[in-house]
Design a protein around this ligand. Structure first.
Ligand SMILES: [Zn+2]
Length: 359
C-alpha cells in the first residue's frame, strides 16, 4: 500500500491541563540514516494520556510545555533513511514509541526500558504519535503480517506491556494465574497468560461487565467480583477452582491498588511469582511481607516493555493466540480526537481507537 506524502502535519496537542487543541506542526525530516517516517493510521487512547489531560502529570512525569499526545500507534512507512534495510515505503508497522540511548548501561544490558535517557512518546518533554507523521528508528518498528489489521497493530503497545509482565515472571505451560484489574492491561495480561499456557486464569475486578467481557473473549477462564468481598471469600473461591491445597503459581496486579496487591500476593502458591504492573503510590502499607518470606515468593516490578516484547506481541496476533480486537469498544476520527478524550473520562469504554489523519 503506497501513501502519498502531504505537506502538513496535523497534531493533537495537550496545551495545558484540560486543554487540547489541533496544531499544524512542521513535517519531521529524516536526519539519521537508520530512521523511517511513518504515516500514523491508528492510535489507541491510553490511561496515561487521559491522566496528563486531567492532571498534567503521570507518575513522576509532569507536563511543562505543550506536548503532542498518543503513544499506542500503528502506521504505514512513507519514507526510509539511506541505511534502512528491512523496511520500505508501504510497509504496515506497529510503532514502539520509546527510544533509549544506545550508549546507556541499561540498553547494553538488555533492559532498555529502564534507560534514564529514554525518549518516550507523549511522556514529557517528548511529543507523541497523534499526528500525521512520526519518525522512528527502523528497529523500533515491527512489520505487521498481512492478516493483522492496523487497529490491532496499535494495540500491540498495551499487548507488549502484558507480554513483558508475563515474561518477567516466566509464565509458561503448567502455570496458573490470578490477575487483579480488568482494564485493558489486566485483560491483556490475563490473555497473554492464557496464550503462554496457563490453563487456569482467574481475573478479579469490581465491575461485573468487565469480568463477563474477559470470559466472553477467552482472555480468562474464571472471574471473581471482589466488590465488598473479603480475602476469605476470595480464598474459598480459589479453593473451589484450584482444589484443596492448590493455589495460583503466578499473580499480577494491574490496578495499582494496595488492597489488590496485598490479596494477589497472599493468594499465591509457595515459590509463586508476582508482578506489579499497575501504577501505585510511592509508599504502600499492607505489603504482605510474611507471605513473601514464608512462601519464598518472587516479587517483581514491570515497566513498559523491552527487548523482543513487541515482536512476541505481533507473533501472538499472527498466530491468533489472543484476540485483541474486541477491546476496541469505541472509534473516533482524527478530527474528533478532543471528543475522544472527553468521552474517555466517562469510563464507558475499554479501548478507544482514534484514526490517523486522512491519508
Ligand atoms: Zn499506553
Amino acid at each position: 500500500m503506497s501513501v502519498k506524502l502531504k505537506s502538513d502535519n496535523p497534531s493533537v496537542v495537550l496545551q495545558k491541563v484540560g486543554e487540547i487543541t489541533f496544531e499544524d506542526r512542521p513535517v519531521p525530516k529524516i536526519t539519521k540514516p537508520n530512521y523511517v517516517k511513518i504515516a500514523i493510521t491508528n492510535t489507541g487512547l491510553c490511561g496515561s494520556d487521559v491522566h496528563y489531560y486531567e492532571t498534567g502529570s503521570c507518575g513522576s512525569f509532569k507536563v511543562e510545555k505543550p506536548m503532542v499526545l498518543g503513544h499506542e500507534s500503528s502506521g504505514i512507512i512513507v519514507e526510509v533513511g539511506s541505511d534502512v534495510k528491512t523496511l520500505k515505503a508501504g510497509d504496515r508497522v506497529a510503532c514502539e514509541p520509546g527510544i533509549p540511548s544506545r550508549l546507556s548501561h541499561e540498553y547494553k544490558s538488555g533492559n532498555y526500558n529502564l534507560c534514564p535517557e529514554m525518549a518516550f512518546a507523549a511522556t514529557p518533554p517528548y511529543d507523541g504519535t497523534l499526528c500525521r507523521y512520526y519518525l522512528l528508528p527502523e528497529d523500533y518498528c515491527v512489520k505487521l503480517p498481512d492478516h493483522v489489521s492496523l487497529e490491532e497493530g496499535a494495540l500491540v503497545e498495551p499487548l507488549s506491556v502484558a507480554v513483558h509482565a508475563n515474561r518477567l515472571i516466566d509464565v509458561k505451560y503448567g502455570d496458573t494465574m490470578i490477575v487483579f484489574g480488568a482494564g485493558p492491561i489486566g485483560l491483556l495480561t490475563a490473555g497473554v497468560a492464557s496464550a503462554f499456557g496457563c490453563n487456569k486464569v482467574l481475573i478479579v475486578d469490581i465491575v461485573q461487565e468487565k469480568l463477563d467481557f474477559a470470559i466472553q473473549n477467552k482472555l480468562a477462564t474464571h472471574t471473581f467480583n471482589s466488590k465488598n468481598k473479603s480475602f476469605e471469600q476470595l480464598s474459598s473461591h480459589i479453593k473451589s477452582i484450584w482444589g484443596e491445597n492448590n493455589y495460583p503459581t503466578c499473580g499480577a496486579d494491574a490496578t495499582g491498588n494496595k488492597f489488590c496487591t496485598n490479596m494477589c500476593i497472599r493468594s499465591l502458591a509457595k515459590k509463586g511469582r508476582f508482578v506489579q504492573v499497575g501504577m501505585s503510590g510511592d509508599n504502600v502499607d499492607m505489603f504482605p511481607i510474611s507471605s513473601v518470606m514464608e512462601r519464598e515468593l518472587t516479587v517483581k516490578g514491570s515497566f513498559r516493555y523491552s527487548v523482543d516484547d513487541y515482536k512476541y506481541a505481533v507473533q501472538l496476533l499472527n498466530d491468533k493466540k489472543i484476540n485483541v480486537e474486541p477491546l476496541i469498544t469505541h472509534r473516533f476520527k482524527f478530527e474528533e480526537a478532543i471528543e475522544a478524550y472527553e468521552f474517555s473520562k466517562l469510563g464507558k469504554s475499554i479501548k478507544i481507537m482514534i484514526e490517523g489523519p486522512k491519508l
